[in-house]
Design a protein around this ligand. Structure first.
Ligand SMILES: NC(=O)c1ccc[n+]([C@@H]2O[C@H](COP(=O)([O-])OP(=O)(O)OC[C@H]3O[C@@H](n4cnc5c(N)ncnc54)[C@H](OP(=O)(O)O)[C@@H]3O)[C@@H](O)[C@H]2O)c1
Length: 255
């Protein structure tokens, strides 16, 4: 596989290492200042875009100009910008791109979210089991709570009749009991931890997923690349990483 890395930061370097370790060719790795000639990069089978919302669309254009149709996008912070989202839709349509997107490429977190939803369906029937979410990440993380914690809360809420909203608690005093509390800890260099819990008078249940390092995100990004490259007939469009995992779950079990 010939891969282009747009983004030369922590994730770009980690993906490069994993690709080279399994014998794939890295045709280029671009940081902010690099604007290589796309013709010199071609052919490109897959691009990994892990950079910044500012460079996200120009990087996708660079990959398309190098003849790449399959792109794995891990970059966060652009999904709520209507101009970028519209630009992405245009680019996909004009250039026939298959773009896998995901706020997390951790397979563990995707499966954990499904487990949390199933738990909410069951514990939500028993009002004495009061649900909560806790997450912890490195001090320098830009957002709070994490996109993953928000996404888990949104998926759980419809199954929790006693909760009307999910919120990061602010200020002091007793919280509104109809709020599903999402608590964010920011300290040190922690790569990411999420807990979904249910607390009842006589017992407490906690489900927890903890990233050890970036390798879980790298493994998921490579899995996404392998699946779309193995399926050249897959049509152009936006492909949520969670839906690729759903395809694997719906398929035959691996031996
Ligand atoms: N979906 C997932 O599973 C997942 C996992 C981890 C990270 N991410 C996301 O992936 C992206 C990259 O993460 P990372 O840890 O590799 O970040 P990083 O180490 O900070 O690297 C950022 C890269 O983006 C480039 N860049 C372009 N414009 C930039 C700007 N205005 N400010 C800062 N950097 C800019 C940097 O260029 P220079 O090399 O020139 O500095 C660098 O190559 C982030 O959006 C992060 O949230 C997603």
């Amino acid at each position: 596989m010939r891969a282009l890395l747009t983004g030369a930061g922590n994730m770009g370097r980690a993906i490069r290492g994993a690709l080279e370790a399994r014998g794939d060719a890295v045709v280029g790795m671009t940081g902010r200042a690099d604007r290589p000639d796309p013709a010199a990069l071609a052919p490109v089978d897959v691009a990994f875009e892990f950079s910044h919302a500012e460079t996200f669309l120009p990087n996708l254009r660079l990959a398309a100009d190098a003849g790449c149709r399959s792109i794995v996008v891990g970059t966060t912070g652009w999904a709520h910008d209507p101009a970028i989202a519209a630009g992405l839709e245009r680019l996909i349509a004009e250039r026939g791109l298959r773009v896998v997107v995901g706020p997390t490429f951790s397979v563990g977190v995707i499966l954990f979210t499904e487990v949390a939803v199933e738990a909410a369906k069951r514990f939500g029937r028993f009002p004495e089991f009061d649900p909560f979410i806790v997450e912890q990440h490195r001090r320098a993380k830009a957002d709070r709570p994490s996109g993953t914690a928000n996404a888990i809360a949104e998926r759980m809420l419809p199954h929790l009749p006693a909760k009307r909203r999910a919120l990061l608690p602010e200020g002091q005093g007793a919280p509104d009991p109809a709020t599903l509390e999402v608590v964010a800890i920011r300290a040190g260099v922690h790569p990411g931890m999420h807990i979904v819990g249910f607390d009842a008078p006589g017992e407490s249940i906690e489900l927890q997923v903890t990233a050890r390092d970036r390798s879980a995100y790298v493994a998921g990004a490579l899995l996404a690349a392998d699946r779309i490259c193995a399926d050249p007939d897959r049509p152009a469009g936006l492909i949520p990483f969670a839906s690729l995992i759903g395809e694997i779950l719906a398929g035959p079990a691996a031996s």
